[in-house]
Ligand binder design. Sequence first.
Ligand SMILES: [Zn+2]
Length: 395
Amino acid sequence: MEQGSKAIDKYNSRCGEIASVAAAASISARLYNMYALPVLGYICQFYQPTKKLLNVESYGIHKVMHIPPQSFGLSEILALDILGGVAFTSIATTCRAALFRAAASTFQWEEWHETVFEEAQDCLNISECLSGDFCPKGWDSRAIVSNLRCSQLGRSPFVRCPVSLASGRRILKEATTDSGFLGIQRHAYALFKPKFDISRFRFLFARRLTSSLQALGCLAEAESVCSSGLAQLKASLLKETMHVRMLYLKTLAGAWTTSVRMHEKEIKTCLFGCPESLDEVGHYLRCPVLWVCLDLWAPPKSPESIIDRLCLKGPVDYGIRKIALAFSVYHATKNLHMHIVDTAKLTNDFLPLHTATKNLAIMFAHDLAMLRPLALNSQAAKSYGSELELVDCDR
Ligand SMILES: [Zn+2]
């Protein structure tokens, strides 16, 4: 399967190229589905996907989305569209659909099968021959014709996901209205795609919030809210843009690239200047310096409770957008202004840092349509310094 290894290398390389574009999640997902995934789907019109091939998927999607590895489980990240997020195409399901399409309409494999069957009678025992699974000793996988035959007969080569013959016929019938093999593959993909219940997200979010909020004493509350409010949350998310939805969902999954989450060599303290607090998402959800700035430039004032701030008990005015704003300001500070952060910590002069934070907040609030009316800006500018003086961050 050297061809498989080359395809995996090409897939990884394309994921890296897409990640380097640093586009919004919706664009990255589209680029991934169009340019990275087909590299693997192409070879799987003949072969069953190997474990190695299936294992690259989670890493590739996390890379494309610029989030820490394993922020989401593979099932969850492939089902983000159920919550209103972006839709990534599954490698395993694409492989199954490609093999089915190849057997059903792309290749006339029956003659190949007859030829191999005749040869197999000389080198395989009777049961192996009759089963159609031609895989003599020394071969690392079954004959291509075995995979094609198996797929068209409706017997899935994927042991865990059996497909009935009736399902196979249904795909062909539904595809007759579409032209060409792409129609068959599209219908096969829809049929083979594993069903995912939205309530399964509660396990992931409760687990991540447990880890983010443990020190904040809201663990039990976070778990119970995640169990009951996902449908309401989805309704609120659908009122926002895809960009905002994705930043919010990344936050629920704890997917900020903080030095704690990324296990960096040097674990930093809060980038906004709280000396006793670590550089981790649990702190930033209530960092007094950050939230004073966000509330001034993107009012109204956020609730004190983290659970309410995260909109887990129901919609809060601009709550989801405020989380997206916090996400954007933090990552822009980390990616663009670390020299200002380091200088501020060294000199104990935080004014330049707070000015930079304010400018980022204004810029992103404008992007997210949250900026307060211009008439109020001058008043906010005056009150910004005095509000920060009231912030208790043990400095
Ligand atoms: Zn802080």
